[in-house]
Ligand binder design. Structure first.
Ligand SMILES: Cc1cc2nc3c(=O)[nH]c(=O)nc-3n(C[C@H](O)[C@H](O)[C@H](O)COP(=O)(O)O)c2cc1C
Length: 368
């Protein structure tokens, strides 16, 4: 049997297979509280070895898009509890992704309509936020120019992550994933091209890693290292993230720093971009430096997933879009059944259409 379908011990959590459902924002939480439809959606996909939920904002300030769920109020915790109950009833395991978008937001989403926050007051060029237009209707609009965080405000954001991590445990999650990837707040600090601060949170590699490592340490102290993963995207260029001089060294230093912290896993979201920028050697060196469980994501098929596991590039592989259209992705991969294609028009927002109405293969065959 292929190792894709082997059990895996994730820091004491038994996973049924090595297939992870990648975190995917679906923008169905109209009131920021996940509801019964969201519980159904995740339960349908519970045969994944591990589900990582869509990003959940850790505060109102952390939000960059309408209809994304939070994990900072009692109502949100109760909503997520119905999700974790439904996943666990199907024998699944689930981590919550904790998210702060930083500058990738819009004033209409921010408390008091203030500017979103970032390491520096530089807008993300060409990036759209999903907020409220002047007439109060939802729509796409350019991300607002952020204000630079004062050094004194940064511990408050770390505290928001700690509170959200505690909330995640209360809501029944097996753990949390810190979203340090894809151009959001932590990556804005890590990126030396964007983060030109001249205080303790900018400049040298150690200074640019300070915020994310302080947050990792605080969350680990609160809920335990075995419950904490982190997602990163070395060499990411999306959302206006520039190349910078000591880029490979920065990520390798982070891998070394994380090694001493014994996290449940490190998750790299952009396998193909890393391979294009720095080759397989970078992933091998990163994995060796970090030493613990490594999850890779990005355009996987059964064949490429199996070959990466066999080659020792990763311990677990994450699938994103294939899980949208194939709730029974694991069974389809195992049996070599055809995969349905996801409809991009229903990725974000709306209702059950394109969310919970994709059939399992057996239902597809029965109705044909
Ligand atoms: C609709 C959609 C929403 C996404 N939302 C998130 C998110 O909330 N957090 C995150 O880290 N990545 C997010 N991603 C990226 C995915 O987790 C994944 O890394 C990416 O889709 C590549 O995997 P794939 O080729 O298997 O889809 C999203 C991707 C899609 C398609």
């Amino acid at each position: 049997m292929s190792s894709l379908f082997n059990h895996y011990d994730l820091a004491g959590l038994a996973l049924r297979n090595r297939i992870v459902m990648a975190p995917m924002t679906r923008s169905r939480a109209v009131t920021t509280v996940p509801d019964a439809l969201t519980a159904t959606y995740y339960a349908q996909r519970a045969s994944a070895g591990l589900i990582v939920t869509e990003g959940a904002q850790v505060s109102e300030q952390a939000r960059g898009y309408l209809f994304t769920p939070g994990l900072h109020s009692r109502a949100q915790v109760a909503g997520w509890k119905s999700v974790t109950d439904a996943v666990r009833a199907k024998g699944g395991a689930v981590f919550a992704q904790l998210w702060h978008v930083g500058r990738l937001s819009h004033v209409s989403l921010q408390p008091g309509e203030r500017a979103p926050v970032a390491p520096v007051a530089k807008a993300a060029a060409g990036v759209q936020a999903f907020g409220y237009r002047e007439d109060g209707t939802p729509g796409q609009m350019p991300a607002s120019t952020p204000r630079a965080l004062g050094a004194g405000e940064i511990p408050g954001i770390t505290a928001d992550f700690v509170a959200a991590a505690r909330n995640a445990v209360d809501a029944g999650f097996d753990g949390i994933e810190i979203h340090g990837a894809n151009g959001y707040l932590f990556e804005q600090f890590i990126n030396g091209g964007l983060n030109t601060r001249d205080d303790a949170y900018g400049g040298s590699i150690a200074n640019r890693l300070r915020f994310v490592l302080e947050t990792v340490d605080a969350v680990v102290a609160a809920i335990g290292s075995q419950r904490v993963g982190i997602r990163l995207s070395p060499f990411n260029r999306i959302f206006d993230m520039p190349a910078f001089e000591d880029e490979a060294d920065t990520w390798m230093e982070l891998a070394h720093e994380l090694a001493g912290r014994g996290l449940a896993y490190v998750h790299l979201s952009n396998r193909e971009a890393i391979l294009a920028a720095a080759g397989e050697r970078f992933i091998r060196e990163f994995r060796a430096a970090h030493g613990g469980t490594l999850i890779l994501a990005g355009n996987y098929t059964r064949a490429t997933a199996e070959s990466d596991l066999a080659a020792g590039l990763a311990d677990l592989v994450a699938f994103g879009r294939p899980f949208i259209a194939n709730p029974d992705l694991v069974e389809r991969l195992r049996n070599g059944w055809p995969l349905a294609d996801a409809d991009g028009a229903t990725f974000y927002g709306g209702n059950a259409t394109g969310y919970t109405d994709y059939p399992a293969y057996s239902e597809e065959v029965a109705s044909a």
